[in-house]
Each structure stands twice: as C-alpha cells, then as structure tokens.
Write a protein that binds this ligand. Structure first.
Ligand SMILES: NC(=O)c1ccc[n+]([C@@H]2O[C@H](COP(=O)([O-])OP(=O)(O)OC[C@H]3O[C@@H](n4cnc5c(N)ncnc54)[C@H](OP(=O)(O)O)[C@@H]3O)[C@@H](O)[C@H]2O)c1
Length: 387
C-alpha cells in the first residue's frame, strides 16, 4: 500500500504518520507538507518522528512540498511522477480554528482544498481508497443531550456554531458526490485531547481549553454535561486499524468514547484540581454568566451584579492576570467551547468496536492526570487568539 497523507504536521496527522509507518503493509508514505523548500519539508517530517524517538526512514517517508491553498494543486500533483503509485489517500489536513476571522480561509482549505485532492485522486491509475478524517461534530447543534449515530450525518439542515464543523460536513457531501461509495472511508473522531501515554502530547490543541478552565476555576458550564473525548494515541490506533482493515462493513465510522467512556467537566476537573492546589476550587455556574464575566473584564460590571457573590474568583483573576483585558480575549476564545460542552453529545462507537480489534478508549478523567503537569506550559492567552 502506498499512502498519500495530508496534515502530517498536525496533532492527529503526526500520530497517524508514525503509526502508519509501523505497518509492514505500508510501503511508502507521501506527506503533503507546507514548506519554503524541500529541505524544510524534510525537516518538518523528520521532527515528527524525533519527538518520541520513533524510527524515521527517509526512503519510505517522502515529503511532497505543496499547499492546499495553491490553485494549481491538482495539476501539480498529477504531474508529479513520484506519487503516481499512490493507492490510498488519508486526508487529515484542515483548518481547525473556531475563530470567525478565519471563516474564508477555513472554506478555502477544508472545502476547496479537499476538492483539489479528490480531483487528483481521479487521475490515479491504482487508486483504491480515499480516507477522509472528518469530525463527529458535523451533526451540528440540533443534537443536544443525545447519542449521535453515524447515520445522523451529514444533514444539510443541521446548524453549526462555527464554520469549521460546517466545512467538514460540506467535505463529506462533496466526497459522496464525487467518489463511488466503495472507494470512500469516512472516519469521524469526536474530540481529541492530550495523550494517554506518559509523555508530552504532540500538540496542545484542545488541551488549551482545559488549561484555560484550570486557570479560571469559575466555569460557566453545566458540570455534568457529557463530553465525548479521546486521547490522540487512541484516535490514531483506531484510525490506523480502520485504514488497514479489509472488508469493513461500513464506510463511515465514529472514532469516539461512546456511552462507556465519556467524561464530564466535573469529573475531569476533579482530577486536575489535585495537581494545582494553589488556586480556588473549581466552581461551576450557569452559562448565562459569561456575559457578566465579560462585563467584569471590561470594568463594566454593576456593583450589585450576582457575579460579585463570587468575589473570591474575581479577586483571584485580578491578582493572577493583572490586565483584565487579557480575560476578555480568553472569554471570547472560550465561548464556542462552552457552547459545545453544553451540547452534551455522545457519539455511538459500536460500529468501530464491532469491526476492528480495539478496546474502549480510556475515559479522560482516567488519563488526564498524565496531561495535568503540562497545563501550565500552555499560553492560554495566545491560544485564545486562535482558538
Ligand atoms: N483535534 C481534534 O480534536 C479533532 C477532532 C475531530 C476531528 N479532527 C480532524 O482531524 C484532522 C486533524 O486535526 P488535527 O487536530 O491534527 O489538526 P491540526 O493540529 O490543526 O493540524 C492541521 C494540519 O493541517 C495542515 N494544513 C492546514 N492548512 C493547510 C494547507 N493550506 N495546506 C496543507 N496543509 C494544511 C497543517 O499544516 P501546517 O503544520 O503546515 O499548519 C497541519 O498539518 C482534521 O481534519 C480535523 O478536522 C480533529
């Protein structure tokens, strides 16, 4: 099998690259990577293996320096003889930002960029499978407090908090329109956060949210909301097994914690609090308080406002963060995450558990202790600028 992988420099894509490289049936992996030169592209790929001292074979792992935003990408890939023996595409690259300022870029990357890869796949002589790393959250905001099944999406009537989930949904429609069902494998991870192995995670994506909650301590979400979160090592193990499996029953799978291994804000923060006892206890309040928290950050909170009952937290914020305007940025970055948390969605994982040899994922409140020590390394204010 010769794999063409996009997004290898990302959080999940990096783990996928390392894990696919260990498969003996995988002969070559061509990695689409953004870089200014071939040399820089090779260095970016080598770094992925170096992080956890995995073996890097430069004969098998071949960087292909390109950009999904390039208008001529399809033609350039078609003209590249090196990659013409590709038979499996794994498309993991995406713009995963929740920020509105990137809406246009998200469409260009996640929809138009995907189209270019689909068009190239049609030119391949030995093309076998297009694996699309989607997201379970394409079900949209209509599913609240629900167990979501693979068959619930994609649905054109679904509503979305952010362009990212919309663009990933549109990607699935486009794949269905352009490729035959037997050539499609759509894998939809739920939320990927941290790593359950005893080492630094490849990226702080999503863990940024937990670091922010750990700093704030006063949290405007329902503490018992259900959160379908999996660690990146579990996501990459499941995805690799699904890619390598022969005769799968379906062409769409959730890669998720499901009903057995979900967590809640309360359970996960309870574990974290054991590691940081220099700050006030976690307290959960109604989400409507976000507005008042923003007022406080802009110095406009009325003296008789209910939020003043939690003065201990307001004083703590002032003492630790000094500049209140930083909190305004933090709240703005966190707002879509608060909305997602309260959707309380669980993604059914029975297809995955039945069709490949994998156990349930560890619940976040079990493995998060491994990530706890890294939380203070995360610059939450920088993360809030590009949530
Ligand atoms: N993380 C999660 O919680 C989660 C959950 C469900 C599904 N997913 C899906 O999993 C996939 C991987 O997510 P991730 O967490 O690994 O994301 P990530 O860490 O943000 O990585 C994104 C990857 O896409 C690449 N990319 C972005 N724009 C590109 C462009 N114009 N041309 C070429 N490459 C480009 C990035 O390359 P650079 O390094 O050059 O920027 C990077 O390798 C995505 O499709 C996402 O939708 C993620």
């Amino acid at each position: 099998m010769n794999v063409f992988l996009t997004g290898a420099t990302g959080f999940l894509g990096g783990e996928l690259l390392v894990s696919l490289a260990k498969e003996k049936d995988v002969k070559k992996i061509y990695c689409l990577v953004r870089a200014k030169s071939e040399e820089e592209g090779r260095k970016r790929i080598e770094k992925i293996f170096n992080l956890h001292k995995d073996h890097y074979s430069c004969d098998r792992i071949i960087p292909i320096v390109e950009d999904l935003l390039d208008d001529n990408l399809t033609q350039k890939l078609a003209d590249n003889k090196i990659i013409s023996d590709t038979n499996v595409i794994v498309h993991s690259a995406a713009n995963t930002s929740f920020s509105r300022i990137y809406d246009t870029l998200i469409e260009k990357t996640n929809i138009q960029g995907l189209k270019k890869i689909i068009d190239w796949s049609k030119t391949l002589k030995h093309f076998d499978k297009f694996t699309y790393i989607g997201t379970a959250t394409i079900c949209g905001t209509g599913f609240k407090n629900k167990l979501v099944y693979e068959t619930d999406s994609p649905n054109m009537d679904s509503l979305h908090f952010v362009k990212y989930t919309y663009s990933k949904m549109m990607g699935e429609f486009m794949l269905n329109e352009n490729l035959p069902q037997e050539k499609l494998l759509i894998l939809r991870p739920s939320i990927i956060m941290g790593d359950s192995r005893p080492w630094v995670p490849r990226s702080y994506v999503i863990l940024w949210t937990l670091a922010s909650l750990n700093l704030l301590r006063l949290i405007p979400v329902d503490k018992d909301s259900k959160l379908d979160i999996i660690p990146v090592d579990y996501a990459s193990e499941a995805i690799t097994k699904l890619i390598m499996a022969k005769n799968l029953k379906f062409n769409t799978y959730h890669v998720s914690s499901g009903t057995e291994s979900y967590t809640t804000p309360f359970r996960t923060t309870s574990v974290i609090s054991n590691y940081y006892n220099d700050r006030p206890d976690f307290k959960f309040i109604d989400r409507s308080f976000v507005k008042q928290m923003k007022f406080w950050a802009s110095g406009r909170l009325a003296p008789d406002n209910e939020l003043n009952n939690d003065k201990i937290y307001l004083d703590y914020w002032e003492k630790t963060m000094g500049d209140k305007s930083k909190l305004k940025i933090l709240f703005a970055g966190l707002e879509p995450y608060f909305e997602f948390i309260e959707l309380s969605q669980i993604f059914d994982n029975s297809r995955m558990l039945n069709d490949i040899d994998i156990k349930q994922s560890p619940p976040t409140h079990d493995y998060v202790k491994i990530c706890a020590k890294y939380l203070d390394n995360i610059d939450v204010f920088e993360g809030a600028l590009d949530p």
